[in-house]
Design a protein around this ligand. Structure first.
Ligand code: SAM
Ligand code: DTB
Ligand code: SF4
Length: 332
């Protein structure tokens, strides 16, 4: 698209510029975001990702939002790493349900090299189904990222979660710099990056501005930007936090779309607690990805029927899957 090439991709957005976007009249903000969206994407096509927890609970980190932390009593049952057949079985189901990407999450602070080997072996048969692969395993060394790239990994998810300023209110067991280092290792290995955050943790608008500034400063921008609305889980410190106003969530999506025009922006966690009109506004504001399937990692996602009906009512279609055995990079 000729106009796409005239649109400048920036990594130097200032806090003032981003704050001014958040303060725009709602209609002006949505018109601007939707205009950017149409320059870079087909506005009626949505990417579908499917999530599986491949290693659940017992995580030593203390992320205040997370039901899988060993520090909080949330009733999440702790499990070991699933075996390859269990994972492949779920990947097949995801492909049948129309998913384009299969995302696997593990409740680790950082995987051991032998964990990386086990997980790397999951990838080729999943890619052979025509699915893109994404992993989120915690912190990686450059060598581990390289190993996953060699195994054909398409995306690595590692969220910045919130602003650098608010981060220590949420997590004490690792630093923002740790997160940035893993992202650098993933980028260096040539794996595409999925990186976003969570809103609804008691942060202020300035923290949302600052999170988006950090994400947009990554060069290149993360190819996928998941925006999660906190799923409040009893037993976590953030249970009972003030709920996000639906229109604030829409504004977050719109500003993300404007700052990172080429990135796929996902309404990630929180759709089960979100009404359909809010989701529709998010799609108008530039969201073009969702998790499909009745479970996120440990918490519920909308029912398959409800999602199918919503997409049909909005005239949204799913991005076609790659032909089996022809997943991007499958032959690499
Ligand atoms: N342990 C790895 C890590 O933290 O990077 C990977 C798994 S972790 C569960 C992946 C992401 O899920 C977190 O970075 C966070 O953004 C999101 N998440 C976890 N619990 C959540 C919740 N209750 N609500 C919304 N998002 C959540
Ligand atoms: C992301 O940004 N959100 C997903 C995925 N990446 C790994 C995880 C959401 C988890 C929600 C809480 C749960 O189900 O445990
Ligand atoms: Fe562990 Fe990831 Fe949950 Fe933090 S978000 S407690 S690192 S599983």
């Amino acid at each position: 698209m000729a106009s796409e090439h005239r649109h400048v991709i920036r990594h130097d957005w200032t806090m003032q510029e981003i704050a001014a976007l958040f303060e725009m009249p709602f209609n002006d903000l949505l018109a601007k975001a939707h205009g950017v969206h149409r320059l870079f994407f087909d506005p009626n096509t949505i990417e579908a990702a499917s999530l599986l927890s491949i290693k659940t609970g017992g995580c030593p980190e203390d992320c205040a939002y997370c039901p899988q932390s060993v520090h909080y009593d949330t009733g999440v049952e702790r499990g070991g790493l699933l075996d390859g057949e269990q994972v492949l079985d779920q990947a097949r189901r995801a492909a049948e349900a129309g998913a384009q990407r299969f995302c696997m999450g593990a409740a680790w602070r950082r995987p051991r090299d032998r964990d990386i080997e086990a997980v790397a072996a999951f990838l080729p048969p999943i890619k052979a189904l025509g699915l893109e692969t994404c992993l989120t395993l915690g912190m990686l060394t450059p060598g581990q990222a390289q190993r996953l790239a060699e195994a054909g990994l398409d995306f690595y998810n590692h969220n910045l979660d919130t602003s650098p300023e608010f981060y220590q209110e949420i997590i004490s067991t690792r630093t923002y710099e740790d997160r940035l280092q893993t992202l650098a290792a993933v980028r260096e290995a040539g794996i595409r990056i999925c990186c976003g955050g969570i809103i609804g943790m008691g942060e202020g608008v300035t923290d949302r501005v600052s999170l988006l500034q950090q994400l947009a400063a990554l060069d290149p921008h993360p190819e996928s930007v998941p925006i999660n609305q906190l799923v409040q889980v009893p037993g976590t410190p953030l249970f009972g936090a003030d709920k996000v106003e639906p229109l604030s969530f829409v504004r977050m999506i719109a500003v993300a779309r404007i700052l990172m025009p080429r990135s796929v922006v996902r309404i990630a966690a929180g759709r089960a607690q979100m009404d359909e009109s809010t989701q529709a506004l998010c799609f108008f504001a530039g969201a073009n990805s969702v998790f499909l399937g009745e479970c996120l990692l440990t918490t519920p996602n909308p029912e398959q029927d409800a999602d199918q009906q919503l997409l049909a009512r909005l005239g949204l279609r799913l991005t076609p899957q790659l032909a089996p055995e022809q997943g991007r990079g499958a032959a690499a």
